[in-house]
Write a protein that binds this ligand. Sequence first.
Ligand code: DX5
Ligand code: ZN
Length: 217
Amino acid sequence: MERLIAPSILASDFSDIAGAIKLIETAGGDWVHLDVMDGSFVPPITFGSQMVQAIDTITDLPLDVHLMIERPENHIEDFAAAGADYLTVHAEATVHLHRLIQRISDLGVKPGVSIVPSTPVSALQEILGEVDLVLVMSVNPGYGGQKLIPGTLKKIEQLQELKQKHGYRYRISIDGGVNGDTVSEVRDAGAEVMVAGSAFFKADNPSQVVAELKGSG
Ligand code: DX5
Ligand code: ZN
């Protein structure tokens, strides 16, 4: 199974974003994970589509945009125009998830859906055939550097089973608390994309972290 690493710039030095993107490229990261927070769906505010657009001008890596915002339907055009490759919305943030996923696809962007730890996989049943990414939050969203909640891993197993059974196309991503201590469980559960914030940016040797998470280190 192909495994991808998506370092999250949330844990990087915001006074040197270009340096953070360079580091993701040189260390062998596959995607750039961008955590957009609005101070409402989650307490902190990070950055918006202007930042995504600026990053798009300096890298060819896919931009994996994770929207932790209320009313995502009001913002997807901006993020699509900014160069998002994957645009992931929270199932908890909108009633009309199906329509939103459709609109993201129509904009030529790969749609993703995410669930917080308290939301079951069954909430996604009607949408799984329509998305390119399912992002399982393994911590409560809002902050980097938290501990992975072990109970969330069974959702990855369930999503793998459903994917195989129905032939769905989505990749399964895990976000939160992925590091050298948790990665073997994460891999065993069947995660295909691993988001890593602090494990990557706080490391002395980020290339080694990428190799370790991929299982080749
Ligand atoms: C948390 C964000 C994560 C965060 C992960 O709300 O969605 O992407 O950057 O950080 P770590 O890897 O430090 O848990
Ligand atoms: Zn994220």
